[in-house]
Design a protein around this ligand. Structure first.
Ligand SMILES: NC(=O)c1ccc[n+]([C@@H]2O[C@H](COP(=O)([O-])OP(=O)(O)OC[C@H]3O[C@@H](n4cnc5c(N)ncnc54)[C@H](O)[C@@H]3O)[C@@H](O)[C@H]2O)c1
Length: 401
């Protein structure tokens, strides 16, 4: 089958590589630099090997493009574009809309359109299908389905092949074709009764993480006030063989999913007359963590950070990846700057962030560890400053959150 994947980021490129084992894949992205690099066989995504791309290009199974017309005559179109929040923290479907425009204007024969971008229940039925129909001058009747993406960049043991994949079509024919497509590269397909169930399940998976992370972050604050070690408390609770799942405290949540997706659910809930109070409070607790950490560090350092040289260690949102989207390090920077600290950062995995290069790991009065990559040793971090505050639990010998 000819399969076009709209968006060649973390999700789109990962899917492209798996789908190209069995199909002819066109990777469409409006970012010309990404397209040019992919066609040179250079991957920009952790977990997607450049050599694999080179082999697929050589075998004629994968081609990246920024020409929308290249998606014409596809049997399957997969949408994998960003679904962020706008400045009011409300769903921003503008990327989905522009993808629908590309599809509506350029796909001139019937195809199956599958959405993998994360969005609220009803997106494929009430937003994507009408938008593509609006943009399609030829008025082609496509089939529509949803299969939310569960990829976790950097995780090796769970991938496209072995991670169970939810799916549902708007019609039985769409459901059948979606199963047929994913069966070519996924081992475990889970059909649900409607696209809305699949869309809601994806949002709830990430809401579950967001709320539980907020809960342990609150526990970390309570434990500190009570003089109890939060990590030992969590280890102790985790000895219960059932009914408990351990989450770890941190500087907050980051990445494209956990800080964002729950707000999609909260938005739809409110539109339907229900306030998602857990989601709202969890957002607040997680977003407040950097300011709490800055206050703790100030209190350990004579009550003020004014003029102090503070080094933030690790600005990626999680270990061993270069992704800084929605990183809590950003909020920590703001909180430290507001307190008058002279703030720099060091992250050799990220390298460059907000137009600046990573500083050396040292020369500071205070170091605060937001993310601990494996390539950065605890010993090196402990030598970076006379006072080291660790939000990760990985740097033994540092002051712990
Ligand atoms: N990154 C993850 O771990 C992850 C996991 C599960 C689900 N998701 C969801 O998948 C979706 C995509 O996320 P991502 O992390 O791959 O994003 P990304 O930013 O890595 O990649 C998106 C790509 O889409 C391109 N793009 C944007 N608009 C376009 C358009 N109209 N036409 C063509 N290309 C366009 C961008 O240039 C970019 O290369 C989001 O809804 C996200 O929530 C992401």
């Amino acid at each position: 089958m000819k399969v076009s994947i709209v968006g060649q980021g973390y999700v789109g490129l990962t899917i492209s590589v798996f789908a190209a084992q069995a199909h002819q894949v066109i990777g469409y992205d409006r970012n010309i630099e990404i397209v040019e690099n992919l066609n040179k066989g250079i991957s920009h995504i952790e977990g997607v090997n450049s050599q694999v791309i080179q082999e697929l290009i050589k075998a004629g199974k994968f081609k990246a493009t920024s020409f929308p017309s290249d998606i014409n005559a596809s049997d399957i179109i997969v949408i994998a574009v960003p679904t962020p929040l706008n400045s009011q923290r409300k769903p921003d479907l503008s990327y989905i809309d522009s993808a629908c425009k590309v599809i509506g204007e350029n796909l001139n024969s019937p195809a199956l359109v599958i959405n993998e971008s994360t969005s609220y229940p009803g997106t494929i039925r009430n937003y994507i299908k009408p938008a593509i129909e609006k943009y399609s001058k030829a008025k082609i009747a496509h089939e529509y389905a949803i299969s939310p993406e569960r990829v976790d960049p950097g995780r090796v043991e769970w991938n496209q092949k072995n991670t169970p994949r939810l799916f549902a079509g708007l019609t039985p024919e769409a459901t059948r074709r979606t199963r047929e497509f994913y069966a070519t590269f996924c081992d475990n397909l889970v059909e649900v009764s409607s696209p809305e169930v699949a869309e809601a399940a994806k949002l709830f998976e990430n809401t579950f993480r967001q709320v539980n992370i907020a809960l342990v972050n609150e526990l970390a604050q309570i434990s500190h006030a009570l003089g109890i070690d939060v990590r030992e408390t969590l280890d102790a609770a985790n000895t219960k063989p059932y009914g408990f799942m351990k989450f770890m405290p941190s500087a907050g949540v980051g990445g494209h999913c956990i800080p964002v997706d729950p707000s999609y659910l909260a938005h739809l809930a409110l539109e339907n007359g229900v306030r998602a109070t857990f989601i709202e409070r969890a957002n607040e607790v997680n977003l407040e963590m950097p300011a709490y950490i800055a206050r703790r560090v100030a209190s350990d350092n004579g009550g003020s950070l004014k003029g102090k040289k503070v080094l933030v260690v690790g600005v990626a949102y999680k270990p061993n990846v270069a992704d800084t989207r929605e990183t809590p390090a950003e909020h920590l920077f703001e909180a430290l700057n507001e307190m008058g600290a002279v703030v720099t950062w060091s992250d050799e995995v990220v390298g460059s962030w907000k137009g600046q290069s990573s500083s050396a790991l040292g020369g500071a009065e205070i170091a605060i560890v937001v993310t601990k990559h494996e390539v950065v040793s605890s010993e090196a971090i402990l030598k970076a400053a006379p006072y080291v505050f660790d939000t990760t639990g990985a740097v033994k010998g540092a002051v712990q959150l």
